[in-house]
Ligand binder design. Structure first.
Ligand code: UTP
Length: 324
């Protein structure tokens, strides 16, 4: 149990409650970014994976842009040891800005200022990376008992097909937990949180491919997996998740898992729904996904795209007919 959460003044009841839908929409986002990024070592030994560049900006900027585009102007970044440089990216840089102004480089000046204009960024530190649930528990004093969004710091989607707006609307209607799922190959279920689902109430289905969640299990073997619907890195959570995290012991990998805390609330009657997302997701937490994100977004980039696509086509052509 995270010790800091036990002293919180908000939501400290140990009696589980099932919320009635409130109609309140989440207005704050939490980005847990304190993990060790072991799958990307040694690149991420000194550089946080959240700051790896994808074409012209770090991964984390895409994520804060996604929150801002969904109307969320308050972002809490959970950082950890050796990762505080993430915050600097969202700060003003007066000296650099002055130099760009003097050079008359208006486009770069705007690009440098943009991160600081996206949202109010707050930070707190997770002293030890004891799991995603543990990281989220640090948000309690910032969000209180209001619903809030959680955006994992190494995953984002196509801005033209945003996931957060229907998730926020769904949560404000149900008052419960709202998740997003993507279909994964069955042999990969042991890399994800996996759900069992049933049909959603008809009044919710105008928001997309909405399903009702009946169970959640963290990283099951394919033989035990109830489906191939994997939990994506976007969650809208009610404030009473903090109480459930406090009651959650170490789970898969010895970590305090958010999935386990959500499963507790589900068992206790909190409604859990999800939107099945069929758009493009970029998982930059490991080298292959990161490279795919760079190539796809470089191809779409207004400035570089045409030249890059031409080069890429020629480059790929040099592999034609080769087996390795
Ligand atoms: P991951 O499962 O990707 O863990 O966490 P990780 O440590 O970042 O990377 P690997 O698995 O060792 O390669 C998902 C998200 O939760 C955050 C991570 O920073 C990432 O954004 N996280 C995870 C925390 O903030 N704290 C933790 O204790 C664990």
């Amino acid at each position: 149990m995270p010790e800091h959460a036990a002293t919180s003044a908000t939501n400290s009841s140990s009696t589980p409650t099932t919320p009635a839908p409130t109609g309140r929409r989440a207005v704050k986002a939490v980005i847990p970014a304190a993990g060790l990024a072991t799958r990307f070592l040694p690149a991420t030994k000194a550089v946080p994976k959240e700051l790896l560049p994808v074409v012209d900006r770090p991964v984390l900027q895409y994520i804060v842009e996604e929150a801002a585009a969904a109307g969320i102007g308050d972002v809490l970044l959970i950082t950890g040891r050796g990762k505080t440089s993430m915050v600097d990216h969202f700060d003003r840089q007066p000296y650099l800005e002055q130099r760009l102004e003097e050079k008359g480089d208006a486009a770069r000046l705007a690009a440098v200022r943009r991160p600081a204009e996206l949202a109010e960024i707050y930070t707190c530190r997770q002293g030890e990376p004891l799991g995603l649930g543990h990281a989220v528990s640090y948000a309690e004093s910032h969000v209180g008992d209001e619903p809030f969004a959680v955006l994992l710091g190494d995953e984002f989607g196509d801005p033209a097909d945003p996931l957060l707006p229907p998730m926020l609307e769904l949560q404000s209607r149900t008052g419960g937990i709202v998740l997003a799922f993507g279909e994964v190959p069955w042999e990969e279920t042991k890399r994800y949180g996996i759900a069992s689902v049933t049909e959603a109430e008809s009044e919710l289905t105008d928001l997309g491919e909405v399903v009702k969640v009946t169970g959640l299990v963290e990283k099951p073997d394919p033989a035990d997996a109830p489906s191939n619907l994997a939990v994506l890195g976007r969650y809208i959570l009610p404030g009473h998740i903090f109480d459930a995290i406090r009651r959650t012991g170490p789970g898969s990998g010895g970590e305090i898992q958010l999935t386990d805390a959500m499963a507790t609330l589900l068992k206790e009657g909190t409604p859990v729904h999800a939107i099945v997302y069929r758009g493009t997701r970029y998982d930059t937490g490991m080298p292959l996904g990161y490279l795919q994100a760079v190539v796809q977004l470089a191809c779409q980039n207004d400035d570089l795209g045409a030249e890059f696509r031409q080069w890429l086509g020629e480059f790929v052509g040099t592999f034609a007919g080769r087996s390795t």
